[in-house]
Ligand binder design. Structure first.
Ligand code: AGP
Length: 613
């Protein structure tokens, strides 16, 4: 997830770009850059300075500013290519006449890059984006206008994009285009603007338009023409923004946690994007493990902390079913101080949103020293874990600001399940048809999660009824067990209420003694072979006086009848069920925390990234 911005027709173009980039930093800050353009030429400044990228850019850009009236800018969340100045946007074509900024992923960039290099182009970065500048360069050479050149190129690329493109041939013009990635445009008083998100433009204009998929906008000073990819002129519906800037930074949501819960379908889609080729082969290109390496694996060990550990637990069920290999999932702080037995052909998978959690990092180091192959599932490109592991599998959830992990957890489950299917594919433990079925099911999870998120009001009503409760148990069996652990962790973390997560079958071995009237038991009783057994556990706690909240699949009236309160979710295959079952549990924790007047984004005593033991 990156942020882009553009302006034409302004005496303050540079200030508009820099102010906008500051407002877009929440979308990533691995690097930042601008291009300013006029009849004299293109001036480009790029900085890779981590969290200070935009601030440093502001310090150094005055030298490049000669009052150019147009420009484009970018703040980067690295996906392809390390966070570095070389990979920072804007990117140029070979001649330096075309510059562009991009948010999204060009899925077929590798094959395009090979063709471009064979045709004599020189690529100056490791990004997926740069190929677009060279494709546009070639299209311009055939005599097309910039708009037509962009239109032609977009027909040949796969993936997601929001683009801003400028060319020396027509320096007042910015061509903007969108597929999947968000893009808004607006014009006011002789100036025209584009940006990834509303906050970037709110100080300039409140009257905006949202570009639709496969629409292309020609921005000239004070005027905008929008066409479809086929060249038909269209008028996007106007959007008048009434929020203030602070609210707009959170996309109109009250807090980052809500925003990030709503971003889960996108996180799932972005994590799946480009990872299956036309032949149905799962492509995890930064894994750096050959098919022979994957075939040689004799055991899998997952190490992680907190919510990432729960994602690992979900993966265990899928890995064992699909790969038929022994799988262990360890809390990293335990693993690193044990003497774990790792065979020569062990695969150790670190799971970490930040890629910096010290216990997970040390556990991975220990595994590496013992000779195991070590990979990491990380949301942060070039994190310490990504640098130290043999291979990386990135989740593409975008930056997560709320301390409570939400969208990164579902993205981790998706990424781990892709890994499981890849290994099963190579080892032949699943047939091509079975792999295709599982991939299709994973592909449908975004829509299912969106449907679950839309039921927030129902969850809020249940939370309001239980606002005075102080003791919570979360129960689940099978993949419902890690879901229950995650539900309990979310509740503890942001509401400061006591919550325990347990496997349903374990209750009678002790915890049942604690159950009494006043206790709330949240039971995950969605589909799967263990649902009846789960409902028996529910009967056990009900008979001891607990109040029961049941998470059940749509249409399961029998299960629903066992609960005092019911949270309904759409059904999904059992190995993927946690991806959607966790949604009402996130919302339940959220509403209980808000009812207690707490800051859900910054809970007490906690930090987003835990780099101390
Ligand atoms: C989750 O809501 C927590 N904030 C926490 O448990 C987190 O998952 C854990 O600290 C691991 O972080 P990581 O994924 O960055 O390694």
């Amino acid at each position: 997830m990156c942020g882009i911005i553009g302006v034409t027709g302004s005496a303050d173009a540079l200030d508009i770009l820099l102010d906008g980039l500051e407002r877009l930093e929440y979308r990533g800050y691995d690097s930042a850059g601008v291009v300013l353009i006029d009849d004299e030429g293109i001036s480009r400044v790029r900085i890779a300075d981590g969290t200070h990228s935009v601030a440093t850019l502001r310090k150094v850009t005055p030298e490049a500013d000669h009052g150019q009236p147009a420009g484009i800018g970018h703040t980067r969340w690295a996906t392809h290519g390390h966070p570095s100045e070389r990979n920072a946007h804007p990117h140029l074509d070979c001649s330096g006449h075309v510059a562009l900024v991009h948010n999204g992923i060009i899925e077929n960039h590798a094959e395009i890059a090979a063709e471009l290099v064979a045709a004599g182009h020189t690529l100056a970065s490791d990004t997926d984006t740069e190929v677009l500048a060279h494709l546009i360069e070639d299209a311009l050479k055939t005599g097309l206008s910039l708009t037509e050149a962009v239109r032609r190129v977009l027909r040949d690329v796969r993936g997601a994009f929001a683009l801003g493109v400028v060319s020396m041939d027509d320096p007042e013009l910015i061509v903007a285009a969108r597929r999947v990635s968000p893009l808004i445009i607006g014009a006011l008083g002789g100036q025209s603007f584009l940006a990834s998100d509303i906050p970037a433009l709110l100080e300039r204009t409140r009257d905006l338009m949202v570009l639709d998929d496969d629409q292309i906008a020609e921005l000239r000073p004070g005027s905008i023409v929008v066409t479809t990819i086929d060249g038909v002129v269209v008028t996007p519906p106007p959007l008048h923004v009434t929020w203030d800037v602070e609210a707009a930074q959170m996309g109109g949501f009250d807090d980052f946690m809500t925003k990030e819960i709503h971003e889960q379908p996108q996180a799932i889609a972005d994590t799946l994007r480009g990872r299956v080729d036309a032949d149905g082969r799962i492509v995890l290109d930064q894994l750096d493990l050959s098919d022979d390496d994957l075939r040689a694996i004799t055991q899998v060990s997952v190490v992680a902390c907190g919510s990432s550990f729960h994602a690992g637990l979900v993966a265990k069920y899928a890995f064992e079913r699909w790969m038929r290999l022994p799988v262990e999932v360890d809390i990293a702080s335990e693993f690193r101080y044990r003497d774990p037995v790792l065979h020569e052909n062990a695969l150790v998978v670190g799971v970490s949103q930040s890629g910096e959690t010290v216990d997970t990092l040390q556990a991975m180091r220990k595994a590496r020293e013992s000779g195991a192959k070590v990979i990491v599932v990380s949301n942060v490109v070039d994190s310490s874990m990504a640098r130290e592991a043999h291979g990386v599998l990135y989740t593409h959830a975008g930056p997560e600001v709320g301390v409570a992990a939400t969208k990164t957890v579902v993205a981790q489950i998706v990424a781990l399940e892709l890994l499981g299917l890849r290994i099963a594919q190579v080892r032949g433990t699943l047939s091509a048809d079975e792999i295709a079925t599982e991939l299709a099911a994973l592909g449908s999870m975004g829509a299912i999660v969106a449907e679950a998120i839309a039921r927030d009001d129902a969850v809020a009503r249940v939370a309001a009824e239980l606002a005075d409760a102080r003791e919570f148990f979360f129960l689940g069996r099978g993949t419902g067990y890690p879901t229950a652990l995650e539900g309990a962790l979310k509740l503890k973390e942001i509401s400061y209420l006591h919550a325990e997560g347990y496997p349903g079958g374990e209750l009678k071995h002790g915890p049942l003694a604690v159950i009494e009237p006043g206790c709330v038991v949240v039971a995950v009783a969605t589909g799967g072979p263990l649902k009846e057994k789960m409902l028996s556990n529910v009967a056990e706690v009900k008979s001891r006086g607990a109040t029961v909240v049941l998470v059940v699949d749509d249409g399961d009236a029998l299960a629903a009848a066992s609960g005092d309160y019911v949270l309904r979710v759409p059904a999904a295959p059992v190995l993927m069920a946690p991806i959607k079952d966790v949604v009402p549990l996130q919302q339940f924790a959220y509403h209980l925390a808000r009812a207690r007047g707490l800051d859900v984004d910054r809970p007490r005593n906690l930090a987003k990234t835990v780099t101390v033991e």
